[in-house]
Ligand binder design. Sequence first.
Ligand code: PEP
Ligand code: MG
Length: 571
Amino acid sequence: MKKTRRLEVRSVIRREGQAVASSSGIIIGRVQKLLHGRQPIPARGIVSELVEHEVTRLLDAIEAAKTDVDIERDHLSQVGARDSLMMLDVHRMLIIDPELLNKAVGRIHDDCINAEWALRQEMDAIQTILEQVEDEYLRNRKHDIEHAGRRILGHLIAQAGSADAHEAWSVDYSGDAGEQVIYVGDDFSVTDIVSMWRHGVAGVITEQGGADAHNIIVARGVGLPTLVGATGILSHIEDGDTIILDAEQGTWILNPPSNEQLAYVKFIDAIAASKKSLQAFACKPSLSADGHELKLMANIEFPEELDVAESIGIDGVGLYRSEFLFINETKMPDEESQYKQYAALVKRMAGKPVTMRLLDVGGDRPWLYRDLAGHHYGGANPAMGLRGIRLLLRNKELMKVQISAMLRASEHGAVQILVPMVTAREEMEQVREAVEECRKRLGIRQSVPIGAMIEVPSAALMAEEMASVSDFFSIGTNDLMQYTVAIDRNDEELASLYRAGESAVLQLIVMAASAARRAAIPISVCGELAAKPAWTSTFLNLNMAHLSMSLNNILPVRQFLSRENYKPTSL
Ligand code: PEP
Ligand code: MG
């Protein structure tokens, strides 16, 4: 019994809008609307023998959601965030509310349905009642019901062994067979994007989000056509509407007339033809017109990306965002399981360099790891709070587990360790000490290069000092931009001003490049600017050791590079 949504007959009006594009792909598909990051809930009828099983699943999920809140509460009380504590208390009360539980259990029994669907229906029923209440305060409690309920739903969907865990994002729009489905919502997390991609969703549009938001970076990496910052789109669409998602030009067209659809089909064919011509650059060295090499490496988030990497030919992994590997875990994985994943990646790269970044979570990237003290606490301003290496240095033992796994993996190839969000020299010194300690404990003889990400302006301004404690630099232009121009990288409102900051960032990049040259250490770029053809010759002439980017950008940049000449910048 799968929930279906039918196309309603209503007048259709053509509309269009602009958004930030993931940079590749055009899809003509049908809309499925998902409000408030709401996952489609797997709705199943069950046989009566499974009723008790579903009730147990619900009880387990409630227990797990309560534990989450308790852990978050602990972290928050350490930092004295009083408003957030009060909100958590309300959520906790609702999670353990016996009435919600009893009514959901009643639905499982009476209607013979799965726990997710019973809970969702009960949440909707309570919210409908609250919407009709006159008192504004009470009316607003419907949001608390939604948040608390979603915590339980999240655990239900993720429960191991539940077939629904694999179905959670599977497409449930009942359009004609073969139609592509495009999910449209207010915002989707990185985890949502990955799950949608894994479940064959054709494209994604969100109202919120800016050019360098993490979710769009991931969408770019896996090649899922995505638009973010499509302000206002949700008020115009209905499930089943036809929409053109143009992630090449950053536009969407709702209810396009058939002649426009036909024109787009031709455009899609033309793009496919030009992509085919890019294949001439697959597995070729990355050379300028006059034969100067600028290595092109990949930013990797998921092992699935390596198949594509092999087909286009890459010079190595310039940024391995280790946090994405364990995206669905609630605890930091132990050394052995981390080692296995890292070693598999290193072996697959067969001697080509792999730059592994230490866990970069916290702030606007809150992770699920319960054992990582402080990760739910963003700070007064999460982007400027406890994230990246700041968070790891508060969790030194967990950091050493990751370092040890990376060091062991280094025995299979050319690994280097990259430190995220470095602000001051002392942070690099502390990481170096930890690496040395782990290396000695493990009896690993060879040393592994340890590099600093240059993504906080202070690191660029103090690049000379930073170079004295770093074996290499890697410029993270996404964060460097946001901290230089004081604009959140997720903020769609200020996207144009954000881009205007590129010339200011160039000055910081030049500072870092000249400090690297004086210290004779390699410097490279791994933020999104690395993939912009307008920057290719600048980076070539600044003698970057390599550029690292999402896989789907490698061939276009390789083609672009082949038309440029090398004119070294004097630093
Ligand atoms: C960056 O900040 O430029 C970067 C590469 O890291 P991330 O996008 O993962 O923050
Ligand atoms: Mg960064």
